[in-house]
Design a protein around this ligand. Structure first.
Ligand code: PEP
Ligand code: MN
Length: 338
């Protein structure tokens, strides 16, 4: 249930609503907007609550029941777009944020080379996985902490914030020490123990869409993070499983429009995992920007032929730099920059 306070209502009135909700055994989350406060009343039985319980309280403008399963990620709770600040880079603002780099950190030389090319081409965040959730146990699983150390070293040398995946709830505090953005992979979108642990931190999060998750399930997963008090959530569309097998996953371009209408959270698109092939990545990246994505997550490898993971969908340095130039007029056409 969402309680919207009148513009400029004093703190005592807000407190009155909060105390009433708590006395009934409900949880609350506040959205302190620029001119009005919105209070989400949360709990398993809010559906049975009479809205008048709150409507009669001083300062209350309106009380709305949110019928959707997600509450805190919903536009009804927060009308303004969320902007996530990552070490001087803003995600969800006018400038489109491009995060690029190798699928997996393979070694110092590879990571440094990748960082150099992506930075030079205009990316503002370096990606690289140290923990890889692989479909097969026999595939390369990542360099783990050794990879995180290389990531930190590269980040410092190139002054680029970094995004890296965390797969285990017990490793959240360790990975947070190295990462500027914690990536939750598609396979872990519904790992509620992991979401709960990351929700306790303030670290920005890139929450990828599950392989077969609906948008509603995805936003409800985002609520786990928001409910823990972490407001720095970025959604990442990375393609979903459909009957179509000519791309690795079907990039759901419509999800961008739906998310912009239904949620206040910024949306990044990963065309690499959707495409599965380097030759398709530029078209999907351009479509994502035209459709209103706030950023891109792109796999770039200094030498894709030698990549240990996802070489087929990785762009070469020259392809990535060409793509960045081609994205510029598209961003400008919709009033944004890159
Ligand atoms: C990745 O970004 O390298 C990755 C494993 O992505 P996803 O979780 O979307 O498959
Ligand atoms: Mn990958």
């Amino acid at each position: 249930m969402i309680v919207e306070m009148r513009t400029g209502s004093p703190d005592e009135e807000v407190e009155g609503v909060v105390q009433r909700a708590k006395s009934l055994g409900f949880g609350v989350q506040l959205n302190l907007g620029t001119n009005k406060t919105v209070i989400a009343i949360l709990g398993p039985n809010t559906g049975q609550l009479d809205t008048d319980i709150f409507a009669v309280l001083p300062g209350v403008e309106s009380v709305t029941r949110i019928m959707k399963p997600y509450k805190l990620a919903a536009r009804e709770f927060k009308g303004e777009d969320t902007k996530v600040a990552v070490n001087g880079v803003e995600i969800g603002g006018k400038r489109i944020a491009v995060m690029a780099g190798p699928c997996a950190i393979e070694g110092e030389k590879q990571l440094m080379a990748a960082a150099m090319v992506v930075k030079e081409a205009g990316a503002c965040i370096l990606r690289g996985g140290a923990y890889k959730p692989r479909t097969s146990p026999f595939s390369f699983q990542g360099l783990e902490e050794e990879g995180l150390v290389l990531l930190r070293q590269t980040k410092r040398q190139f002054d680029l914030p970094v995004v890296t995946e965390v797969v285990d709830p017990h490793e959240v505090s360790k990975v947070t020490k190295y990462a500027d953005i914690l990536q939750i992979g598609a396979r872990n979108m519904q790992n509620y123990a992991l979401l709960t642990e990351i929700g306790k931190t303030k670290c920005p999060v890139l929450l990828k869409r599950g392989l077969s998750a609906t948008i509603t399930e995805w936003l409800t997963a985002a609520d786990y993070l928001l409910a823990g008090g972490n407001e720095n959530i970025i959604l990442c569309e990375r393609g979903i499983r459909t009957f179509e097998d000519s791309t690795r996953f079907s990039m759901d371009i419509g999800s961008i429009a739906v998310l912009k209408r239904s949620s206040h959270l910024p949306v990044v698109v990963d065309p690499s995992h959707a495409a599965g092939h380097y030759s398709l990545v530029p078209s999907l990246a351009k479509a994502a920007i035209a459709a209103g994505a706030d950023g891109l997550l792109i796999e770039v490898h200094p030498n894709p032929k030698e990549a240990l993971v996802d070489g087929l969908q990785s762009l070469t340095p020259s392809d990535f730099s060409r793509l960045m130039k081609e994205l510029k007029p598209i961003a400008e056409a919709i009033g944004r920059s890159i």
